[in-house]
Write a protein that binds this ligand. Structure first.
Ligand code: PEP
Length: 249
């Protein structure tokens, strides 16, 4: 059976003190969660070491990593550094990284490789922008993000990947994909993985939905057979609402 996961992407929010308070609150609520979902938080880089010390029931993710292993890359943070702080997952290819920092599938493939080589798990984000959906190109876009970003992996490596489908038009906009739109795309993604790696690996791949998922709509999204949880932005900054999402299975 594949894993259910709810991961909170804090983005560039919270100063250290607020972040510590939020992480502590999420961790303590997670002790009494009523679902089997793995709970992950992705605070800013600067908070990871301190927050890690407080976590018992929540796993730690980074929001990004360098595309090189080490060396003269001023301002970058390597996978090895993140691992040394206790991160177990790294979000790779978030649409904000793709759009604002021009990260293309070739760069993202390098990040995925480094992450896996270090024994960490990538949460690999894919998703179309609105004009692509309106032009009925969303399936093609998502398929090429998968084939250029992660389909070079061996089946053994692919097994360690989490996929997050995040339609860009739904991120931070308050507009959520309908449960039918989410299910349709998740089913498609699973079929593309099955074509490449076979149905057993496709069936065991966790595929998260992201894009204005909140306490009030998580249940109907997670009720879909191919939606295995969520990557949550805004609503992950409120401990109680985030746990409401965790418990929405
Ligand atoms: C995200 O940034 O990954 C995200 C899903 O954001 P939000 O939940 O705020 O739409």
């Amino acid at each position: 059976m594949r894993k259910n996961i709810v991961a909170g992407n804090w983005k560039m929010n919270t100063l250290l003190k607020e972040g510590m308070e939020l992480a502590t609150a999420v961790n303590s609520l997670a002790k009494n969660k009523t679902s089997n979902a793995t709970v992950i938080i992705a605070p800013p880089f600067t908070h990871l070491a301190e927050i890690k010390k407080t976590l018992t029931d929540v796993k730690l993710a980074a929001q990004n990593c360098a595309s090189e292993e080490s060396g003269a890359f001023t301002g970058e943070v390597s996978v090895g550094m993140l691992k040394s702080l206790g991160a177990e997952y790294i979000i790779i290819g978030h649409s904000e990284r793709r759009a604002y920092y021009h990260e293309d599938n070739a760069i993202l493939a390098k990040k995925v490789n480094l992450c896996l080589a270090a024994g960490l798990k990538p949460i690999f984000c894919i998703g179309e922008v609105l004009p692509e959906r309106n032009a009925n190109k969303h399936f093609d876009v998502v398929k090429s993000q998968l084939s250029e970003g992660v389909f070079h992996l061996s089946p053994d490596a692919f097994e360690n990947l989490v996929i997050a489908y995040e339609p860009v038009w739904a991120i931070g906009t308050g507009v959520t994909a309908s449960p039918e739109q989410a299910q349709e795309m998740h089913k498609f993604i699973r079929s593309v993985i099955a074509e490449k790696y076979g149905s057993q690996l496709a069936d065991s791949t966790t595929i998260l939905y992201g894009g204005s998922c909140k306490g009030s709509n998580a249940k109907e999204l997670f009720a879909n057979p191919d939606v295995d949880g969520g990557l949550i932005g805004g609503a992950s900054l409120k401990a109680e609402e985030f746990l409401q999402i965790v418990n929405a299975f």
